[in-house]
Design a protein around this ligand. Sequence first.
Ligand SMILES: [Zn+2]
Length: 318
Amino acid sequence: MGKRNKRRRKRVSKDDVRKNAKKGGGGGSWFILPDGVEEWAPEKKGKYRIDVVPYEVTDSDHPDEVEEGSIWYKRMFVVHHNIGPENKSIVCPRSVKKKCPVHEERDRISSDNDDGDSDDIIKKLKGQTYCAMNILDPEDSDRIKVFCMSTGKFWSCDAGLKTELLEADDENLSFYDTEGGKTLKVRFSDDSFAGHAFIKATKVEFEDRDDMNEDKTLAKTVNLDEFLNVLPYEKLKTMFLQEEGDDDSEDKPKKNKKEKKKDKGKKLEKADPPKKEKKGKGKKKKCPGGGKFGRDFEKFDECDECPHWDACEEAHDD
Ligand SMILES: [Zn+2]
């Protein structure tokens, strides 16, 4: 019972789902944010003034090797896209030093890739790195928002923040600090890759800003060491292997390792969309609680571990 309530609390508003989809997500929320804190990202090209503010590091093994108890400004994490039949985007558990079934599969394929046949799939399974920071809400500087973008669009691109920091004057290196901080003046421009349009930072400048009350600011900022919504290993594994599992029962002759490996690659490239369509819509999903899929949403204890939870909720809402 308690578990079910907990899951309810983590449900995000329809608005947040839309924002997340816009960002290229398509899955559940990547973050567990305190009440009143929302995500922010530039929606279109233009110049933006971004005030990055710090949080206090609580991770004794922070990926940036920042000492626990320091104030710091960012947390990188990895997202795996196109996971499971619903093509979800999921935070990689390795982002918080936990076991990741997707990376385990990648390691398995890599160890057997002498011919280079699996280079594409290995690259895909690596995931995409994102950078999250606390910023002052551009609409209301008394409030905090979380600014998150893939590193290739804001951090490590040609004129991204990393590049600027490498060349910046010493005084700009405390841009995120409550004292001697700087407002980032960022220009975002249109770009595209493989037919997909997006915006990315093409200029970052530093501008003096007023000092802030450190205690007050830190009381409001999100602890980026604890805000990632990481799915339990088994749930992610089930989601990730769902297609492969379904397939094995359909294909009569046992495939050898290499064929299987290639199949997996094909699937991730979505080379087989009609089949996927059929699977999602035609085949009725079985309710492990003995109820009816899409009708008896959240009615059983089994719902907590059900692989069709998201799909059932969606069908239930319809
Ligand atoms: Zn991973």
